[in-house]
Design a protein around this ligand. Structure first.
Ligand SMILES: Nc1ncnc2c1ncn2[C@@H]1O[C@H](COP(=O)(O)OP(=O)(O)OP(=O)(O)O)[C@@H](O)[C@H]1O
Length: 267
């Protein structure tokens, strides 16, 4: 089925989250509900993330963080509610592949780089799309592509390891490489799941620097449990609980909220 852009334009004029219009937002969720066998993994979830914004999403196990990302990427379709990209593109009508091409990149917790390929080849393979890895390797590097690879290598601080097999990188560096692979596709929105898990302290703080830099030109949503890392991100924090937003604001603000302490931080 061919999907025309005009068909994707949702009615953006109705009541938004907290009176906020979808206009200008990168991702806009309003009243999103997802049920599994009657259990509401997301319950009227409303959330607005702007272009050029870094947002941390925290919350106890089972709060709905993964389901939220599944809805944003089209892996899970909500029972009801609005999910808009760029304030107007209705993501609930699109499948995962189409949403990825529209510019939502997702990094899962476990890195899945091609260990035997070099760092540069991994970045190039990320451009392969559905042509397959071997076809991509045969393509000559255009000047454009080479420039993009170089820029991404700088972004992810791996220029000095560019021609080494990815299998030789540390765990943290593999995570950065995978973020780099997403960047090759020039996404508008990046979803990053627990990037600091398993990293050394030095890698964790470097990851915060990297994500803050990326957020200057992308919307970046980070799901995280490590509060030290969230503090390093120095951004607005959304606390999810039972599929809805329990609190939102600076880390200091949400940490001072007794309800957040009761359901999450105090445990
Ligand atoms: N496919 C599914 N079928 C049934 N229940 C599900 C399914 N996916 C998620 N759930 C339930 O929905 C709730 C929210 O799960 P989700 O994985 O989104 O939470 P989370 O905040 O990501 O948790 P964690 O921090 O443990 O990863 C949980 O109670 C989970 O058991």
């Amino acid at each position: 089925m061919t999907v025309h852009t005009a068909d994707l334009l949702a009615d953006a004029g109705t009541a938004p989250d907290g009176g906020r219009s979808p206009r200008g937002s990168a991702l806009y969720l309003d009243g999103v509900t997802v049920s599994f066998d009657g259990f509401r993994a997301l319950n009227e979830l409303s959330l607005v993330v702007d272009h050029g914004e870094l947002r941390a999403v925290i919350g106890p196990n089972g709060a709905g963080k993964t389901t939220m990302m599944d809805v944003m990427t089209g892996k899970t379709r909500p029972d009801k509610g609005k999910v808009l990209l760029d304030g107007s593109i209705d993501l609930t009508k699109l499948d995962e592949a189409r949403i990825a091409t529209l510019g939502i990149g997702r990094k899962f917790q476990k890195p899945s780089v091609f260990e035997t390929h070099t760092v540069v080849d991994n970045l190039e393979l990320a451009l392969a799309g559905d042509r397959g890895p071997f076809a991509a390797l045969k393509f000559r590097r255009t000047a454009d592509k080479a420039a993009r690879i170089e820029a991404v290598l700088e972004d992810i601080a791996l220029a000095h390891r560019a021609h080494e097999p990815a299998g030789r990188l540390s765990h943290g560096q593999k995570q950065w490489l995978e973020i780099g692979m997403l960047l090759m596709q020039q996404p508008r929105v990046l979803l990053v799941d627990e990037p600091a898990a398993g990293m050394t302290d030095a890698e964790t703080s470097q990851t915060a620097v990297l994500l803050k830099r990326l957020a200057q030109s992308h919307a970046v949503i980070v799901v995280e449990h490590d509060m030290g890392f969230v503090r390093d991100l120095d951004c607005k924090v959304t606390v999810l609980h039972e599929g809805s937003v329990l609190a939102e604001g600076s880390l200091d603000h949400v940490q001072a909220d007794q309800r957040v302490v009761d359901v999450y931080l105090g445990r």
